[in-house]
Write a protein that binds this ligand. Structure first.
Ligand code: THU
Length: 143
């Protein structure tokens, strides 16, 4: 299913999610808004941990919320981030989050929107951020 991507709405929801970031160790707050094929939008924030490695990025929080609600198709994600108290700056997804996107999204069509504000957004297709990505298709038998 394909929905029209309302980038302003995704930005608004990503910024709202960023306010709920739990980032007492890095002080870097990230928010994400993920548009699923159903048309529903899932928000996520980063959630840090005193043991550091269990930290979950905003993007993966949004994906795991959505997948756990039954979503399997995705259209776009908007990401905002910045140091606590500072305005949003362009924040690109980490490699682990790109790999999670690769599991559920079409590399050719899934849109990754990095936003500083409503007027300053950068857009990429997943294949630009993860060229030659390894995904579910690689495990399908050929021949
Ligand atoms: N972080 C995200 O949530 N998403 C990104 O795209 C980059 C990094 C988080 C992880 C950690 O809580 C903090 O930002 C600093 O790395």
């Amino acid at each position: 299913m394909s929905c029209k991507v309302d980038k302003e709405e995704l930005f608004r929801l990503a910024r709202e999610a960023r306010e709920r970031a739990y980032a007492p160790y890095s002080g870097f707050q990230v928010g994400a808004a993920l548009l699923a094929g159903s048309g529903r939008i899932y928000q996520g924030c980063n959630i840090e941990n005193a043991a550091y490695t269990p930290t979950n990025c905003a993007e993966r929080t949004a994906f795991f919320k959505a997948v756990s609600e039954g979503e399997r198709e995705f259209e776009a994600i908007c990401i905002v981030g910045g140091r606590q108290g500072a305005p949003c700056s362009f924040t690109a997804p980490c490699g682990v989050c790109r790999q999670v996107m690769m599991e559920f999204c079409s590399p050719e069509t899934f849109l990754v929107i990095l936003a500083a504000d409503q007027e300053h957004m950068k857009e990429y297709r997943l294949e630009e951020l993860l060229p030659e990505g390894f995904g579910p298709d690689n495990l399908k038998q050929s021949g």
